[in-house]
Design a protein around this ligand. Structure first.
Ligand SMILES: Nc1ncnc2c1ncn2[C@@H]1O[C@H](COP(=O)(O)OP(=O)(O)OP(=O)(O)O)[C@@H](O)[C@H]1O
Ligand SMILES: [Mg+2]
Length: 579
């Protein structure tokens, strides 16, 4: 738009220069013409008058001297009569407008008087022609003649000067006009050339951009449909043509809803295209989830799309662009993935349950054998008739305590398997305590020492899932330490820095071989035999930490000093946002 406006500038300049030049030429010519009409007849008159008066004076002198061949009226007096400058002044008056003109005007009136005077003197002198030559009258007549001739020639000179200078001025002025015209036109030419070059470049750029845009749209992996500001289709790229099964020619000019027929996959009801919303609100609009496109041949595609307004450089919406892609395949893959994830979760639950049962078996062994021994003791004493009340009460208390212990284990067990539906605020230390109490018999049995360095603070998350995480890591350490001789230790550190909780769990079981270190979080990766491990523990652990609780989990092998001895082991580090 601006370019087009700019292109007008040289044309306007050219027209202006032309007008200025024309008016300059016209006014100069007009001025000169004025001068010519003003001064040329006057010059002629003065020259004629000078000639006539001089000639008449000559013949007058001859006649006075007695030459009878001279016709006084025809040859002499006629020359002293003249057409009066005042007549000329009347004709030229509208043109006599400068100071100089006014001076001329005065001089001409004087000349008129002088010539009249000369004529009268001539008549008078003739009347006294019998007087001898050289008398007073003669002298007066000659003086009058000289004055007229002098004035006439003086005036002629002034007029000559004036017309000559007008000529010169005109020449200078014309040269100026020509130079001005040529240089201004040269400038305009340069301007035109520049604008032309710029506009060619601009057009080239636009052309190139357009080509690029078209190539991009042609080769882009997404389907693209563009519409005008009313929602009528202007363009379909090849993918859009393939998905809608309309060619560009068939679709162009049709209302978008006819070509882009979309429904809700679940309700099967038609869905409005986002274009109307885009046109109304001028914003980028995404399609609702679960949208399917039904093409001209009735084929259905799950799609994902968005629409955006196309604006011109002034921000006015001149159309919309609809971008969508076929997600039918991804959807199927995702469904399959979800399916296998579900299976994995199930398996992990089963594995966790297995471990939990094992833990319960451990936890129950002691109280159960206590109940069994105590009840057998009571029965034996009764049979021997040796059962006193004190023993009975003590034994029953013992049985009661043991059953309570059993019941607590069951409660913990139930709590662990009840999934948290919403995030809740809990004390991180408590989940650790729960974990440890479920594992206490196992740890005791294997003589594993647990070193704790725990800060107490609250965290917002899923407590049971965190117990599962800690349990998985501790169980792995317990498994790894099983074969180890000597001191067996697990060190746990729980701390808070700013808005993050850090949990470090380190054992002295020798660590994880470097070549498998980055595979331990893969599902089904295990080094244990089938009856012992499924390889889901750390996979689930990572899922819970990263996906459910937005945290991070890493593992490294670490060497450390404990009670003066050097050990190496796997160290799991967890970072969790506490809010
Ligand atoms: N503390 C550890 N020390 C040494 N190796 C470990 C440790 N923790 C995990 N590993 C290694 O990582 C592998 C994967 O652990 P993961 O918990 O995922 O599976 P798993 O324990 O083998 O089986 P399960 O599904 O029963 O937990 C283990 O088989 C083991 O080789
Ligand atoms: Mg494990």
């Amino acid at each position: 738009m601006q370019k087009i406006k700019k292109n007008f500038i040289p044309i306007i300049a050219m027209i202006l220069i032309f007008i200025i030049d024309l008016s300059l030429i016209f006014t100069t010519h007009n001025n000169w013409n004025n001068s010519m009409t003003k001064y040329f007849p006057l010059k002629n008159e003065i020259q004629n008058l000078t000639f006539n008066i001089t000639e008449s004076h000559l013949w007058f002198e001859e006649a006075i001297s007695g030459d009878k061949t001279i016709n006084l009226e025809k040859d002499v007096m006629k020359g002293f009569k003249h057409k009066k400058f005042s007549e000329y002044i009347v004709k030229a008056e509208p043109l006599l407008n400068t100071e100089l003109d006014k001076e001329f005007y005065e001089r001409l009136l004087v000349l008129d008087d002088q010539v009249d005077n000369l004529y009268e003197l001539a008549i008078y002198r003739w009347d006294f022609s019998e007087r001898e030559i050289g008398n007073d009258l003669d002298q007066e007549f000659d003086e009058a003649f000289n004055t007229v001739i002098l004035n006439l020639s003086d005036f002629n000179n002034v007029l000559n000067k004036k017309t000559n200078s007008e000529f010169e001025n005109k020449e200078i002025f014309f040269s100026f006009v020509i130079i001005f015209f040529l240089s201004a036109n040269f400038l305009v030419f340069i301007l035109l050339f520049r604008f032309r070059r710029e506009s060619v470049r601009y057009e080239d750029n636009i052309h190139e951009e357009k080509e690029k845009a078209i190539i991009t749209l042609q080769s882009i992996g997404d389907a693209v449909i563009t519409t005008d500001a009313e929602g009528y289709i202007t363009y379909l790229n090849p993918i859009a043509q393939e998905l809608t099964s309309y060619t560009n020619e068939q679709a162009r000019g049709k209302y978008l809803d006819l070509v882009f027929n979309i429904i809700n996959e679940s309700t099967r009801k038609p869905v409005q295209t986002p274009v109307q919303k885009v046109l109304k609100e001028g914003l980028i609009v995404g399609l609702a989830n679960h949208t399917a496109l039904i093409n001209k041949n009735g084929k259905e595609y799950s799609i994902e799309d968005s629409a955006a307004p196309i604006r011109n450089k002034d921000g006015v919406i001149i159309g919309t662009v609809l971008v969508f892609h076929d997600i039918t395949k991804q959807k199927k893959v995702k469904e399959k993935l979800n399916e296998s994830e579900k299976i994995l979760i199930q398996q992990s639950k089963m594995a966790a349950m297995g471990e939990m049962l094992e833990n319960i078996a451990h936890q129950w062994r002691q109280p159960l054998s206590l109940i069994s021994t105590t009840s057998t003791g009571i029965k034996l004493k009764k049979e021997l008739d040796d059962l006193d009340d004190e023993f009975l009460i003590k034994s029953l208390d013992m049985i009661n305590n043991s059953t309570q212990h059993l019941s607590k284990t069951i409660d913990d067990f139930r709590g662990f398997f009840k999934p948290n539906r919403t995030k809740e605020i809990f004390i991180l230390e408590d989940s650790y305590t729960k974990t440890i109490s479920l594992l206490s018999s196992k740890l005791l049995n294997r003589e594993i020492e647990v070193v704790e360095n725990i800060s107490k603070f609250e965290i917002n998350g899923f407590e049971n899932e965190l117990v599962q995480v800690l349990m998985n890591i501790f169980n792995n350490s317990i498994d790894a330490l099983e074969k180890k001789e000597g001191i067996k230790v697990v060190i746990i550190e729980i701390s808070q820095i700013d808005d993050f909780a850090y949990i470090k769990i380190l054992d002295n079981a020798g660590g994880i071989k470097d070549e498998i270190l980055d595979r331990v979080f893969e599902p089904y990766f295990t080094t244990k035999n089938q009856s012992h491990g499924t390889g889901i523990g750390l996979y689930m652990t990572e899922e819970i930490i990263t996906k459910h609780m937005n945290g991070l989990i890493t593992v490294v092998n670490k060497s450390f000093n404990y009670n003066g001895n050097e050990y190496t082991g796997a160290m799991f580090e967890i970072e969790l946002p506490i809010k």
